[in-house]
Design a protein around this ligand. Structure first.
Ligand code: SF4
Length: 101
């Protein structure tokens, strides 16, 4: 299982860096991606992600680096999504409750 997780992290890492790195190691402008189920908005900053794999090991029905888009908010209920986001060690994942608007 650890090997599978390692492979996923490599895929995830490769996918994330497509499109925002110029290959020189210079970090280009911060990209923010947003995904919503109507109750919660999942906010992801790929430039902040440290590729720990915690999100997709913890809630693979929502966070799947092999899928496009890689975040599917319909894969779990809002409370489960919120709890998983709070476990992100880098804070690349944050959220906004849409009822707060
Ligand atoms: S838990 Fe956070 S830091 Fe880890 S892979 Fe997911 S988004 Fe990136």
């Amino acid at each position: 299982m650890e090997q599978v997780s390692g492979i996923l992290i490599v895929i995830f890492h490769a996918g994330i860096h497509d499109g925002f790195s110029n290959g020189s190691g210079f970090k280009m402008k911060e990209i923010t991606k947003k995904y919503s189920n109507g109750e919660i908005e999942i906010i992801w900053k790929p430039g902040t992600c440290i590729h720990s794999g915690i999100c997709f090991r913890g809630l693979p029905a929502v966070f799947d680096p092999r899928a496009k888009p890689w975040i599917t908010p319909a894969g779990a209920n809002t409370e489960a999504i919120r709890a998983q986001i709070e476990a992100c060690p880098s804070k690349a994942l944050t959220f906004k409750m849409l009822s707060d608007d």
